[in-house]
Design a protein around this ligand. Structure first.
Ligand code: FAD
Length: 630
């Protein structure tokens, strides 16, 4: 059953988008997921504890590589210069190639470094803490560009052809977005048509904002291939192709210029009758979007790693400045607002790392479904690091707003907080905006309910299917619902966590409350719950905070086990959990007490121009985005 079948209230275009998204979903949960269980009110401590620490051998590999990378970056790359000129110098790109940075995750047998996900993410975090643009060059190439989908879905021949090129420094890109295709790939207009003999495909269309695209030696291009009839219904097909640079018909009309990460090479790419051999198709016809989503499960982890790296940098600057800068007779870190900011930075950064490296370690270890954990890590860390950098800017006062080079010119330390701010903002938008993460997580959170009871809500479902769903629901829900009210985590269940046990108990209690609330909202709204995105979003935020709390406590226990005298980790996990609890209460409160419906009405009126009178006294828009005089 498709989700759109249950939703009579949707327009045809909305159903179309939903069908395409549903078609690309991984429908099965073959392996356990801590977060998926959490949404069903089951707090599986065995899935989060013990914390999956990096092995000493793997850590040594990462340390050695990061040592070389750090030395190279400090000696060769000036991030302020890159920001000003909009260029990463060739010697830096070549040096990164010599270090093997364009083949970090490529298996050793193909000439790559074969780094684990944990070591790769550690490296990206370090680069991001220094130069956002360089981190994006590396991550667009490796997390979503050709290497990752090739690793997961490439044929042996494709791997043999392309992997060694990356080991030599070839750079790749990923082209999905188009002028009218952002979060909604169903509207994709770039097409790929097969030749009559089936040997080639001809790509036509235009891609927008393709990072590395202007310089990439090779890229993954998503295109619509001819639709197929499935169960009497036309099904849109999106297929992925590997396209080599210089293929006839590729044009690069513009380089885009952004608020931050100004040294990335990102632009528009036009495809005019670009011929690609069929052997360059990745995975199979119609599997492109699924490929993109699965690739992003792990690829997406680079963003939380980068966000955590930037947060650590912010903390480093804040702790020094908080002590050094004295105003009104006190260091500014001692004034309460400053103290709260620095404490929040430390606690939140701790949780960001706990979530990111828990999920990354599971990727390396295997045996777990991490799609929800990765999406939550991306959502949480990109939002949290933005807040941290904003707090750092406030703490630095005027110096936060001044550029690094300008500070240096006046003889001060050149901390480029404004550059960090500009560079970090994009993390809430790329690889799925925060709103799209909410939708994605909510859909997966509801999956068990959909598969059990979905046919009951589907007007098109045959009577036999409806009856089956009814029986399944009657067998499942009464017992499940009663269990959602019964505490299972009372003392001494979490005694092993010591003083953090109370937080684990909170997570257990509130995972049941989360599951109940989700269920109540389903019963209340039925298929229309899909429209109540703010309610779903709040519940996703609750789940995310609970995951962050559990990961932070689990990490603290693992750190203490390794170093029994080390108390600081527990303090940070404890502080994070106290702060997160307040947010959990607020989100739950917001489910019942909000202004969402009224906001919807006001927003509609605003869009209809009802409040246009408020715009008097400002410069009137010329309809061209203030083009001004040419
Ligand atoms: C610097 C940069 C680098 C990029 N790199 C790449 C790249 O390498 N390859 C590539 O293919 N793309 C790339 N992109 C594109 C990027 O992935 C998109 O910008 C992103 O997916 C969002 O799409 P959009 O900007 O069209 O926003 P839209 O989809 O138009 O969304 C606008 C707003 O509406 C919200 N929204 C949209 N749909 C919904 C919904 N159903 N419910 C609630 N809210 C919704 C969004 O969350 C957002 O807040 C890049 C973009 C930038 C700016």
């Amino acid at each position: 059953m498709s989700v759109s079948d249950t939703a009579k209230h949707l327009t045809e275009k909305e159903k179309d988008s939903l069908d395409v998204a549903e078609g690309a979903r991984e429908t099965e949960w073959k392996q356990p997921s801590f977060v998926a269980q959490l949404f069903m009110g089951r707090f599986r401590t065995d899935l989060i504890s013990p914390y999956p620490n990096q092995s000493p051998e793997d850590k040594a590999v990462g340390d050695e590589f990061m040592g070389r990378l750090e030395t190279f970056l400090k000696a060769n790359l000036d991030p302020d210069e890159a920001d000003k000129t909009g260029e990463i110098p060739k010697k830096v790109l070549d040096g990164l190639a010599k270090l093997g940075c364009w083949a970090m995750k490529i298996p050793k047998e193909y000439g790559g470094l074969g780094l684990t996900q944990v070591n790769y993410n550690r490296a990206i975090a370090m680069v991001a803490s220094y130069c956002g643009s360089t981190a994006v060059w590396l991550s667009a190439h490796q997390s979503i560009g050709v290497p990752q989908p090739l690793k997961l879905f490439g044929s042996e021949a494709q791997k043999k052809k392309y992997f060694p090129l990356f080991a030599k420094g070839a750079i790749s890109a990923f082209a999905l977005t188009e002028p009218i295709v952002g979060s909604d790939p169903a509207q994709m207009t770039t097409t790929a048509e097969p030749s009559p003999d089936g040997k080639t495909w001809t790509i036509n269309g235009s891609k927008l904002w393709c990072t590395n695209g202007l310089v990439a030696d090779v890229m993954v291009v998503m295109a619509r291939t001819p639709a197929k009839m499935v169960n009497g219904k036309e099904k849109k097909q999106i297929t992925a192709f590997i396209v080599d640079k210089g293929t006839k018909g590729m044009e690069y009309p513009t380089r885009c210029d952004f608020m931050g990460i100004r040294a990335i090479q990102n632009g528009v790419i036009n495809f005019k009758n670009v011929q690609v051999p069929t052997e360059n198709m990745l995975w199979g016809e119609g599997l492109g979007l699924k490929l993109a989503l699965i690739t992003l499960n792990t690829g997406r982890l680079t963003l939380p790693a980068a966000s955590a790296g930037m947060s650590k940098q912010a903390l480093q600057i804040a702790r020094k400045w908080g002590k050094e800068r004295v105003q009104w007779g006190q260091p500014i870190g001692k004034h309460e607002p400053g103290a709260v900011r620095i404490s929040n930075m430390a606690a939140s950064t701790y949780a960001q790392e706990a979530m990111t490296y828990y999920t990354s370690a599971l990727v390396d270890r295997g045996g777990a479904d991490i799609r929800l954990e990765a999406a939550m890590a991306k959502l949480f860390c990109s939002e949290a690091s933005w807040k941290i950098i904003d707090d750092l800017m406030q703490l630095r006062g005027g110096r936060g707003y001044e550029t690094g080079p300008s500070l240096r010119l006046r003889g001060e330390k050149g901390y480029a907080v404004e550059r960090m701010m500009r560079d970090s903002r994009i993390n809430r938008i790329i690889e799925g905006t925060s709103e799209i993460q909410h939708l994605f997580i909510a859909r997966e959170a509801l999956d068990k309910h959909m598969s059990l009871a979905g046919d009951l809500l589907n007007p098109k479902a045959p009577m036999g299917q409806k009856l089956k769903a009814l029986v399944n629901s009657l067998l499942f829900y009464p017992f499940w619902y009663i269990r959602m009210w019964l505490p299972t985590g009372i003392w001494p269940c979490f005694a092993g966590y010591g003083s953090l046990g109370k937080h684990m108990r909170f997570v257990e209690r509130n995972s049941r409350k989360l599951a109940r609330t989700l269920f109540h909202q389903m019963v209340k709204f039925g298929p229309k719950l899909e429209r109540r995105q703010m309610i779903l979003g709040r519940l996703v935020e609750v789940g995310t905070e609970l995951f962050a709390m559990a990961a932070a406590c689990s990490k603290a226990m693992a750190v203490e086990k390794e170093n029994p005298d080390y108390q600081c980790s527990r303090e940070l996990a404890d502080t994070f959990c106290r702060q997160a609890k307040i947010r959990v209460y607020q989100h739950f409160l917001g489910v019942c007490w909000n202004t969402d419906l009224n906001d919807g009405k006001i927003s509609q009126k605003a869009m209809d121009g009802v409040y246009e009178w408020m715009e008097k006294g400002i410069i009137v828009d010329d309809g061209q985005g203030f083009k001004g005089k040419k």
